[in-house]
Design a binder for this molecule. Structure first.
Ligand code: PLP
Length: 395
């Protein structure tokens, strides 16, 4: 169990000073960081201003190395299999663009895949002559494992598995999908952007070849941070599309040598303050316990999924059997943007997920947008009920 008073006291955004206070339901977009993340980041920026960025970074070398150790602990991976980056999309594309593809190869994406992943797949298909195909969803809205089994053959080179979609509350059976993809030798790239920080993640159990995540969402880290996990054998053998003097060493007039591990997917220059802040966010999560966090998030999301449908005209749009902390809904007769804006006027933060972010899934379901409420563990049940009452008062 989480100490609710403590996590709220640790969160500056929970004490906004206004009465009755902010109801923050956008941890799937960009969450409220805990004080320790804010302090770690701001203190490092201040130190850079005092002594310059290089000396400031040199003073924190051990802490910077510890960021990967902490992430490794969180997802059960070696620190050498982690590459830090500036976003989930950067991480995803760094890996994806480095997979060799040729004419006739097949790329499989998930029906609820994120637009950035789909766009990258389409671009590479155009450039290489590979094809992009979609894994259908089953009756529950999840990745259809039987359809995937029927779809795969040895020409499938990579399968993009979407762990938790951006526009709704389902969690896909990633480990099972990975087993099927591996049966034909395909690589599996897991988009864990909406699962990392709310669900416990174990890459050894999932057995994926690569995983991408962002800092600012459920991890409660700073913006402009993210990471890529790459299976150690691949991290030691894959050639990234782009290199610099950190990802490789210039060893002779005609030669370079790649970094021995996932560091080959990183560039030298980075937001050091942001990285230290990300490390602080992961350490804070580890201290709370990922299982406790998921239990608290799930309880809040389930509360909303129980209460919202009681309101006339409100339809919860979440699919799936296993659920995440994202609660998506529509209000009959009121556009999602208007719902968001009218709630914002009452200091209640939700976002809108448009069809363009998850085009295939939304088109298949006949939706143009949904309102997205994503309560993290620091949101109180009183705040959830204030939100529900505000939604009820919209019509
Ligand atoms: C937000 C999101 C991304 C992209 O993350 P960035 O850090 O903005 O690149 C990828 N996949 C899913 C499912 C997302 O919700």
């Amino acid at each position: 169990m989480l100490d609710q008073d403590r996590v709220r006291a640790d969160t500056p955004g929970c004490a906004s000073g206004t009465d009755p206070g902010l109801v923050f339901l956008d941890s799937a977009g960009s969450s409220l960081p805990p004080q320790v993340v804010l302090d770690t980041t701001v203190n490092h920026l201040r130190r850079e201003a005092e002594v310059g960025g290089y000396r400031a970074a040199n003073e924190r070398l051990a802490d910077l190395a510890a960021v990967k150790t902490s992430i490794g602990t969180l997802i059960n991976a070696a620190p050498t299999s982690i590459a830090l980056s500036d976003s989930a999309s950067r991480s995803w594309t760094d890996f994806f663009y480095s997979i060799p593809l040729a004419e006739g190869d097949r790329i499989l994406i998930s029906e609820a895949d994120y637009a950035s992943n789909a766009i990258a797949a389409l671009q590479r298909a155009r450039a290489t002559g590979a094809t992009v195909e979609t894994i259908p969803s089953d009756g529950n809205g999840q990745l259809d494992l039987d359809a995937l089994t029927a779809l795969v053959d040895e020409r499938v080179k990579v399968v993009s598995v979407l762990h938790a979609p951006t526009n709704g509350g389902l969690v896909n059976p990633a480990a099972e999908a990975t087993r099927i993809a591996h049966s034909v030798g395909a690589l599996v790239l897991l988009d864990a952007c909406q699962s990392t920080g709310q669900l416990p993640i174990d890459v050894a159990d999932l057995d994926v070849d690569a995983l991408s995540a962002t800092g600012r969402k459920w991890l409660r880290g700073p913006r402009g941070t993210g990471f890529l996990y790459v299976r150690p054998e691949l991290a030691a053998t894959m050639e990234p599309q782009r290199l610099d003097l950190h990802s490789a060493a210039w060893t002779g007039p005609d030669e370079y040598r790649l970094a021995p591990d996932a560091g080959r997917f990183e560039f030298w220059e980075c937001d050091v303050a942001g990285r230290l802040g990300l490390g602080a966010a992961v350490d804070y999560l580890l201290e709370l316990g990922p299982d406790n966090v998921y239990a608290a998030v799930a309880a809040r999301a389930e509360h909303l999924r129980t209460r919202l449908p009681e309101i006339d005209g409100v339809t919860v749009r979440d699919l799936g059997v296993r659920r995440s902390g994202i609660v998506s809904f529509t209000v009959a007769g009121i556009d999602s943007i208007e719902v968001r804006d009218r709630l914002a006027a009452q200091d209640i933060t939700v976002t809108v997920s448009h069809a363009g972010s998850t085009l295939l899934d939304m088109t298949w379901r006949g939706l143009t947008s949904v309102v997205r409420a994503s309560p993290h563990y620091f949101v109180s049940f009183e705040e959830l009920d204030r939100f529900v009452a505000a939604v009820a008062a919209l019509r």
